[in-house]
Design a protein around this ligand. Structure first.
Ligand SMILES: Nc1ncnc2c1ncn2[C@@H]1O[C@H](COP(=O)(O)OP(=O)(O)O)[C@@H](O)[C@H]1O
Ligand SMILES: [Mg+2]
Length: 285
């Protein structure tokens, strides 16, 4: 059976989800009553100021962080814990340094008891999908940062996830490699068609990749705006220089500007006081 074939559904229902972090007196609300429905195979990007709860929301979708209120459903089933069908890729890879690229990708199936020949064949196919044929026997340290992230993506995709979660996966790469990885990701996604939720604080990246962009407010993270980025596909990097792209980018900047990253974060106050009902600051530009 080919690994690059129809993935399971991947419909996501985020229904008034609130997430608490910290313990006891330190406890605070990181995400507040956030709702979003994601169609199977859709690509959604999440943009928001640093500390607004993007990683927290992604962690909840992965099943690493419990939801404090509301419902989080993937294909109608509540998320109760981590599962290979909801794979996550972080900014830094999680490859085992003493295993080759091929062995790293084959590791998930190995843990599930898949026969050796079968899992190595699937892993080789997956490496080909991310453009790494010929690098099967390299160790992670022998690969560039972009290649390591490609192996990481293959390692997640071999589990045929219904949901691919990405938390600033290209954030540590240089600008050139980053653009290349964005195009590669779109190419892979056009073939595997799994649902993608992609966290970034790069507006260009969000608009270039996604069907829709969720813009979050500062902590506690709520929906500020859900923006359609309905540019035709396949997309080329030229898109980022088109007037409609620039118009949407300006809109996003506007939505993110009042509480931009360089503003001090609200002090850690008791539950829910920070930012509640705060009037929007006047925009000046
Ligand atoms: N395990 C934790 N315990 C306490 N606070 C945390 C924890 N993880 C993150 N935070 C805080 O929660 C808020 C949301 O974090 P996070 O989801 O990582 O934000 P983002 O990914 O949008 O930058 C931040 O203010 C962060 O400092
Ligand atoms: Mg984060």
């Amino acid at each position: 059976m080919s690994v690059v074939e129809a993935m399971p559904q991947g419909r996501v229902e985020i229904d008034e989800v609130s997430i608490m972090l910290g313990r006891g007196a330190q406890s605070f609300e990181a995400v507040r009553k956030l709702s979003l429905s994601i169609a199977p195979g859709e690509f959604v990007a999440i943009l928001g100021p640093s500390g607004c709860g993007k990683s927290t929301l992604l962690g909840a979708l992965a099943g690493h962080i419990p939801v404090g209120g509301g419902r989080l459903l993937v294909d109608q089933a509540p998320v109760r814990g981590p599962d290979p069908s909801r794979g996550i890729v972080f900014q830094h890879h999680t490859l085992l340094p003493w295993r080759t690229a091929l062995e790293n990708v084959a590791f998930g199936p190995k843990m599930r008891g898949e026969p050796r020949a079968q899992r190595l064949a699937s892993a080789a196919e997956m490496l080909a999908t991310v453009g790494l044929s010929g690098f099967e026997n390299r160790y992670p340290a022998e690969l560039s940062g972009g290649m390591q992230q490609r192996v990481e993506i293959a390692r997640v995709l071999i589990n045929r996830p219904r949901l691919l979660l990405m938390d600033e996966p290209f954030g540590a790469l240089d600008a050139q490699t980053r653009l290349m990885m964005q195009s590669l990701l779109l190419d892979i996604w056009s073939r595997v068609r799994t649902t993608v939720v992609f966290v970034t604080h790069d507006i260009d990246e969000a608009l270039f990749l996604a069907d829709r962009v969720l813009i979050m407010t500062p902590r506690p993270g709520r929906t500020r705006r859900l923006t359609e980025a309905s540019f035709p596909r396949p997309r080329d990097v030229q898109l980022t220089t088109e007037p409609e792209f620039a118009r949407l980018k300006r809109q996003c900047l506007d939505l993110l500007r009042p509480d931009a990253d360089d503003q001090p974060l609200p002090r850690l106050t008791p539950l829910g006081l920070a930012a509640a009902g705060e009037p929007e600051r006047r925009r000046s530009y």
